[in-house]
Design a protein. Structure first.
Length: 385
């Protein structure tokens, strides 16, 4: 299983990207001009073919570089595109974290299609690295569930979006069902003195502060003013005597659950299933205040010389076969509703597609505008004895 949730938590270095001078990297193998090329399509042209792909007759000839995670640029993921558009020479480049990708793009590395998440879109827009995607050139856009089509964070105006979503996931709570007999329903349970010494929080400013905000009753956990941050800081300091520890990643907290040391923590449905399969009595719940969620997808870089080929690639990544693979093998919530026609009831339940309301009620993770203050709050919380 490809674990994207581990790869989208490198935000501590993002603030520095705004202020450091651009670094110079070797350019990609694509023909990228750095300026936004106009899309010109003959008036009588047919945009989509019967399969839901962009019509090959309108796709330019040239080189296209897809810059993404290693797991999503395999032969399996790209074979159908290459067969459909032989006039496009597809190249790939991979990164481990989006911080790395943005730094390289700022330094002159050239690509055409990028695989970001919603929380990185404001930065990509501010750095002028991506261009709006014309949804009229994404034939499968209408197959996406309404929730994904109407995400405010994607809206670029005039029927355009900054990213076409391809996968998503929830971050809620995991709990030991033998130690906690009544299923918890609220983030407030992470402050329950009955679980003293058996609570774990993630050592990650954004998630922990957002969770505290929700537990305190704030409806928008990613837009907090100074007064609210001060209250949250006190609330997190108040929690410290109840904690077993702050954990770094899911492997660490999973181990703590396996050993019986942790009874409740931030967690993920896939981890809870894995632990349960190993005989550990753990379940996942989405708190009543709403879980946190991540949403990732594909964007087009501003300087691509082949914008129609790039749109065709973005459309390709939400084809049902690839979406089904992401749901079954990666255990992701996928936005293409047509996948429901091919997945079994068990597979639908496995990734939460049977309960789309949990995602609709969730709080999509973003980078707060005042994230530097969030980091200061977290540092104070961590250093307070």
């Amino acid at each position: 299983m490809f674990d994207r949730k581990i790869l989208i938590t490198g935000l501590l270095t993002l603030t520095a990207l705004f202020f450091t001078a651009p670094m110079v990297f070797a350019g990609g193998t694509t023909e990228n001009s750095g300026t936004m090329k106009e899309i010109v399509i003959p008036e009588a042209a047919v945009i989509a073919d019967e399969s839901g792909d962009v019509n090959p007759e309108i796709v330019e000839e040239g080189k296209l570089l897809v810059y993404s995670y290693e797991e999503t640029v395999t032969r399996f993921f790209l074979r159908a595109y290459k067969d459909k558009y032989p006039q496009v020479k597809v190249k790939t480049a991979v990164y481990g974290e989006l911080d790395e990708a943005i730094a390289k793009l700022r330094g002159g590395f050239t690509a055409d299609v990028l695989n970001p998440c919603v929380d990185y879109l404001p930065l990509l827009k501010q750095l002028d690295l991506i261009r709006p995607i014309d949804t009229s050139l994404i034939p499968r856009w209408g197959d996406l569930m309404d929730y994904f089509q109407n995400l405010p964070d994607l809206d670029a105006g005039d029927g355009k979006v900054w990213m076409v979503p391809s996968d998503a996931g929830l971050e809620g709570m995991m709990y030991n069902t033998e130690k906690i007999r009544t299923a918890p329903s609220s983030w407030k349970e992470l402050w329950n003195p009955a679980y003293k010494g058996h609570i774990a929080m993630q050592d990650y400013a954004r998630n922990s502060i957002a969770i505290a905000a929700l537990a305190l009753g704030y409806e928008d956990p990613f837009h907090l003013d100074d007064e609210q941050l001060a209250e949250i800081q006190d609330f997190l300091i108040e929690q410290k005597p109840l904690l077993l520890k702050y954990f770094e990643g899911d492997e660490e907290v999973d181990s703590l659950f396996s050993e019986g040391e942790v009874w409740i923590s931030l967690g993920w449905s896939s981890d809870a299933r894995s632990l349960s399969d190993d005989g550990v009595p753990v379940e996942f719940i989405s708190p009543e205040e709403g879980a946190l969620s991540w949403i990732c997808g594909y964007s087009i870089t501003r300087g691509t010389n082949y914008p129609i080929a790039a749109h065709a690639m973005v459309n390709h990544y939400i084809r049902p076969e690839l979406q089904e693979f992401e749901a079954v093998d990666f255990e992701y919530f996928v936005p293409n509703g047509r996948v429901l026609e091919t997945l079994s009831d068990e597979e639908i339940e496995l990734v939460g597609l049977d309960k789309p309301e949990a995602l609709e009620k969730s709080h999509v993770e973003i980078i707060p505008d005042n994230y530097d203050k969030w980091l200061q709050v977290w540092e104070t919380v961590k250093s307070t004895q």
